[in-house]
Every structure is written in structure tokens, then in C-alpha cells.
Design a binder for this molecule. Structure first.
Ligand SMILES: NC(=O)C1=CN([C@@H]2O[C@H](COP(=O)(O)OP(=O)(O)OC[C@H]3O[C@@H](n4cnc5c(N)ncnc54)[C@H](O)[C@@H]3O)[C@@H](O)[C@H]2O)C=CC1
Ligand SMILES: NCC(=O)COP(=O)(O)O
Length: 348
């Protein structure tokens, strides 16, 4: 079997959030794209999700409990195929942080990561989990990205430092890769070092060169207002970021900047009227990159982990506890995440 003919696992996410219901909606509303995919999770949780998206005039979505991954290819469209993971707690009250929900979400991600690393699935698409619930469950990794990094490093038998990963958010209009991820703003500022920026440039160049078939044009954002204005508003651009860009260019990376962070995303954005000037923007911290992405619409962006020895995508939004269980959540970003995972494994 080639990797693109293997099934794609979708993790159910936090059972108290919108994850299970957007997964159910994706199987109901995008059956062709979802062919060959299955959900890892709890059967009762996913039956509840299928029930909560039932609206008058729409067909119900039967749950198919899988006995083996070889059954995925033969499933009829418009069913919800579930790989039932043993030992899960099951449905949790909607919209509430709980250790049991965090534990179920983490167990599904860990199972899917290990299946991908063993070469049993082509990719994993992760429905959102709640980071406080994850922590309440005793998981010491803040989110999927770090958990997947740890599983991958363990599988490869290398220390975490030898498995550097980065978060990319991507849509048709814009891509951004973050120098740091789930840390406080103070820690994020401290993480703007020449070494971290250079490592982010190398990871971004390698990943996007594979995806685009050419070297990506990388814009590097500054940290300070107006990229420091020649040192008047901070020296990180001069002392850390510019030397990293210069070193990357010596290595053949098409890196530019640092640019003023308030205008670089506008320059990189592609619209039908105007192609962007860059393929990707390196953001110096989480919100610098995610605010412009999400402002363009949470229905469009996909979260892709770069640097892993497996393909992992996710919607760019979270668990949306405020609307969970009402059947009104938009599955568009999850559907885009499946589309992106397929493209990355070479299946279309
Ligand atoms: N891939 C993942 O696992 C992600 C997890 N999270 C986690 O999710 C939790 C909640 O995060 P928040 O900051 O509240 O962001 P959120 O994205 O869950 O919600 C922000 C707002 O957007 C709305 N929204 C989000 N997704 C939507 C959808 N598909 N359809 C309609 N409306 C939608 C929500 O109702 C809410 O008003 C946190 O623990 C966060 O860390 C956040 C982003 C990604
Ligand atoms: N803001 C994106 C986010 O927090 C997702 O994190 P992860 O769970 O993909 O690591």
C-alpha cells in the first residue's frame, strides 16, 4: 500500500467541545473528500455528535463501528466510521473543562500519532482539544503540537531538541509559521533569538519547498513596532532577527526582512486581484501570526505541524465551548484540514 492509499485518522477532540459534531458534519456534508477517513474516539460520544447535527429534512448519520482499519475503504458514503478506542470515559457535559474530557482527547491523539508513526495510517487530522482540560488530565504538553513532537521523538529514539517542530497556519490567502507557540508573551520575546529564528527559517524552507516544488519566498516579521525603527524601539531586529535572515540566505533560503509586523501580512496576502509578495510570513510569536490569519476567517485556515515525520493537520479554531452541542458549528476549517492532509500525503 502507498501512503496515500492508507486511511486518514481524524481524532474526535475534546468531547465537551465542537470537535465531535464538526467531524460528524464533515462526514455528512463532504462524503467524497471524507472517503477513506475514519474517526478515532468513543462510540457514544460520536453517536451524540451525529444526533446533535440532525435537523429537519436532513438524513441521519449512522455510526459504523470499525473492527479493523481494512474496513475503511469499503464503507458506504455518509456514515460516521469510528475506530473505538478502549478505556475512554465517553460523553462529557457540553462546554465544560474536565480532566476526563482532556484525557479522552489526548488518548485519541496519542493512538493516531503512534498509528501514523508505525505506518498504519496516511495522516492524522485533529479535531480541537481544550488545553486546560488536557492539563487537568495530567498531560504535560500544552497542545497537540508538543504532544506529537514528543511521540515522534520517542519513536525515533532522539531527544526532543532533535525533533524541532513549528506551527504553520495556512489558507489560500496567507501562510504564517511561528517562532514560538504556547508560551507566555514574556517567554515568547525571550525566544526571539538568532538560533530560534534560523531554525524556523530552515524548517519552513524545507517543508514548503516540498509542498510548493520550489523554494518559498519567506518574509520575516520584526518583533517591535516598525521592526524596531533602526533600534529606536528595540534591538531584537538588529541583534537577533537580521543575522538569522543573513545566515539563512547564505544557506540558500529565500528569506527577506525583518519587516514591520503591522504591514508584512498585508503584503504577503494573495487575493484573486493581487498575488502576495511572499509565500509565507515568519511570525515572532503566536498571536502575531494567528490574529491576521483568524481575522481573514476561521473557516479558511488550517493548522499544519512542520518538522514531524508524519502528516498532521487541524482546524485553526478551538473547542468553541460556547456553542458546543447545538449543531451550529461550522465544519469548514476541519474539511479544509482534511483536504490539506490529503494534498500533503499526495492523494489529491
Ligand atoms: N486545534 C486545536 O486543538 C485548537 C485548540 N484550541 C483550544 O480551544 C480552546 C478554546 O479556545 P478559544 O480561544 O475560546 O477559541 P475558539 O476557536 O474555540 O472560539 C473562539 C470563538 O470562535 C467561535 N468558533 C470557533 N470555531 C467555530 C466554528 N467551527 N464554527 C462557529 N464558530 C466557531 C466560538 O464559538 C467562539 O465564539 C482553548 O483551550 C484553545 O487552546 C484553540 C485553537 C486550536
Ligand atoms: N492556536 C492554535 C492552537 O493553539 C493549536 O495548538 P495545537 O493543539 O495544534 O498544538
Amino acid at each position: 500500500m502507498t501512503s496515500s492509499s492508507l486511511p486518514i485518522a481524524i481524532t474526535q477532540g475534546d468531547p465537551a467541545g465542537i470537535g465531535p459534531e464538526i467531524v460528524a458534519q464533515a462526514f455528512r456534508d463532504a462524503p467524497e473528500l471524507l472517503a477513506g477517513c475514519f474517526v478515532v474516539g468513543d462510540v457514544a460520544t460520536l453517536r451524540r455528535a451525529a444526533a446533535c447535527i440532525e435537523h429537519p429534512g436532513q438524513p441521519s448519520l449512522p455510526v459504523a463501528v470499525l473492527g479493523g482499519l481494512d474496513e475503511v475503504a469499503a464503507l458506504p458514503p455518509r456514515c460516521l466510521p469510528v475506530w473505538p478506542l478502549a478505556g475512554l470515559h465517553g460523553p462529557a457535559p457540553w462546554g465544560q473543562v474536565s480532566a476526563r474530557a482532556g484525557s479522552d482527547a489526548a488518548a485519541c491523539v496519542t493512538w493516531a500519532a503512534q498509528a501514523a508513526l508505525r505506518g498504519e495510517i496516511a495522516a492524522l487530522v485533529t479535531a480541537p482539544l481544550h488545553k486546560e482540560a488536557l492539563s487537568a488530565a495530567g498531560v504535560t504538553y500544552p497542545g497537540h503540537t508538543e504532544l506529537l513532537q514528543a511521540e515522534s521523538a520517542r519513536h525515533a529514539g532522539v531527544p526532543l531538541a532533535d525533533m524541532p517542530v513549528r506551527m504553520m497556519l495556512a489558507s489560500d490567502e496567507l501562510r504564517t509559521v511561528l517562532v514560538s507557540i504556547h508560551v507566555s508573551l514574556r517567554e515568547a520575546i525571550a525566544a526571539v533569538t538568532q538560533a530560534n529564528v534560523l531554525q524556523t527559517l530552515r524548517i519552513t524552507h524545507a517543508a514548503l519547498s516540498r509542498n510548493l516544488g520550489r523554494a518559498p519566498r519567506i518574509a520575516v516579521a520584526g518583533l517591535n513596532p516598525h521592526a524596531g525603527e533602526g533600534g529606536l524601539f528595540g534591538r531584537e531586529e538588529i541583534d537577533e532577527i537580521a543575522p538569522a535572515v543573513a545566515q539563512a540566505r547564505v544557506e540558500g533560503v529565500d528569506a527577506h526582512g525583518p519587516f514591520a509586523p503591522d504591514t508584512v501580512f498585508m503584503r504577503a496576502r494573495s487575493t484573486p486581484q493581487r498575488p502576495g509578495a511572499f509565500d509565507v510570513v515568519l511570525a515572532m510569536y503566536h498571536d502575531q501570526g494567528l490574529i491576521p490569519m483568524k481575522y481573514l476567517g476561521v473557516d479558511k485556515g488550517v493548522n499544519v505541524t512542520l518538522g514531524l515525520p508524519l502528516v498532521r493537520t487541524s482546524p485553526d479554531h478551538g473547542t468553541a465551548f460556547d456553542i458546543a452541542g447545538r449543531g451550529v458549528a461550522d465544519p469548514a476549517s476541519l474539511i479544509e484540514a482534511v483536504r490539506m492532509a490529503r494534498a500533503l500525503v499526495g492523494g489529491g
